[in-house]
Design a protein around this ligand. Structure first.
Ligand code: GDD
Ligand code: MG
Length: 350
């Protein structure tokens, strides 16, 4: 499998200034762990190649050679960003077997073995997973015929180009010999060039239709949504897979002082401290060693590790990066995204 994990994560800035998108935390685990868990369910996938460009070292530090996660991991770092197509070609050097390619920012419960089976049965050059969304403009729109052959691929369609709600889910099975059409060492898009070329040349290019859980975590709203979906069990993942509905998950190594209120569903990680009179509201995530002081209220907010929320502050529906310091009586309103190491003085309103 090749995971495309080299993008700059622009839409998640400032969170991605120090943390590349593939390893932004979902609760307390770097995102790619969830994808690797899924790939491990397919015994035929014997190696995961991470295609990297932006801050590759940080990603390598998390996964090493894969022995801790239980699958062999190899890294291919492009000399310069090659786009999705160029990156796949560059990463697949020396690979002759079919490859499963995943955009490094999608979370899904897809049955990958079934996708591979369809690819084989149809003897396809390429198989792509399609999923329905409400608004295709942020994605690649894909038209098929009744037999599931792909007829048209329109990346980031304009409103007047929307003919279907089915989009490219960013999950493919590809035959490496077809990469010969991708030029070396120039930025090249799989969506804008390789897929249209399969259609033009009349090659077998098939769709696997999927309507289970699927999300691209690449914007602040979606990043927040993933946490809510896991807490609401729309996507099944630890530690919420086993908890009762609306339960709060509090690490045994967190300290909730008496007189503090915790309303689930929420997640409070190890070393976190919630002081007397503070309130943690539903859909909050309190990262490792983050402190919430007296009478402060945190609701619907994701606080990364090592933050402090000062007394009497109110933080609502926001995302706060690592090592942030919010003083007393600070108000952070819905939609705010605060980068690592931000300091907000007392009475600041964001
Ligand atoms: N190695 C490498 N090099 N990876 C890259 C590069 C690059 O130059 N550019 C992007 N990537 C990686 C990103 O890190 C991400 O994991 C993946 O490729 C897709 O890039 P995004 O920037 O997230 O694309 P998108 O979300 O706008 O659109 C893509 O995904 C949609 C599904 O979420 C397209 O594939 C759409 O067609 C698709 O619908
Ligand atoms: Mg994306």
């Amino acid at each position: 499998a090749i995971l495309l994990a080299g993008g700059q994560g622009t839409r998640l800035r400032p969170l991605t200034i120090h943390t590349p998108k593939p390893i932004v935390p979902i609760f307390n685990r770097p995102f790619l762990h969830y994808q690797i868990d899924r790939l491990k369910q397919v015994p035929e996938i014997d190696e995961v190649i991470l295609s990297l460009n932006y801050q590759p070292r940080r990603i390598e530090e998390v996964f090493g050679d894969g022995s801790d996660v239980g699958i062999k991991i190899r890294y291919v770092v492009e000399p310069a960003p090659l786009g999705t197509g160029g990156a796949i070609k560059y990463a697949s050097q020396g690979v002759n077997d079919p490859v499963v390619v995943f955009n490094g920012d999608v979370l899904t419960e897809i049955d990958l073995a079934a996708v591979i089976r369809l690819h084989r049965e149809r003897q396809a050059k390429a198989t792509i997973v399609l999923t329905p969304v409400e608004n295709p403009t942020a994605y690649g729109l894909v038209e098929t015929d009744a037999a599931g052959n792909i007829q048209r691929f329109v990346e980031k369609p304009k409103a007047d180009q929307i003919t279907t709600n089915r989009i490219n889910a960013g999950i493919y099975v590809l035959e490496p010999h077809t990469f010969d059409r991708i030029p070396d060492n120039v930025a090249w898009s799989i969506e804008r060039s390789y897929f249209p070329s399969l259609i033009e040349r009349g090659e077998t290019f098939v769709a696997y239709l999927y309507d289970g859980y699927w999300i691209d975590i690449g914007t602040p709203d979606k990043y927040t949504q993933v946490h809510r979906d896991i807490m609401d069990k729309r996507f099944h993942a630890r530690p919420f897979s086993d908890t009762p509905t609306d339960a709060s998950w509090v690490s045994p190594d967190a300290r909730i002082e008496s007189g503090a209120t915790v309303d689930g569903p929420c997640f409070i990680d190890e070393g976190a401290v919630v002081k007397a009179g503070a309130r943690i509201g539903p859909y909050s995530v309190i990262g490792r060693h983050t402190h919430v002081d007296e009478q402060a209220t945190v609701q619907g907010t994701i606080l990364w590790p090592n933050c402090r929320v000062g007394s009497d502050s109110v933080v609502t529906d926001a995302i706060v990066g690592r090592h942030c310091h919010l003083g007393r009586n600070v108000t952070v309103e819905a939609g705010a995204v605060i980068g690592d190491k931000t300091s907000l003085t007392d009475f600041t309103h964001v």
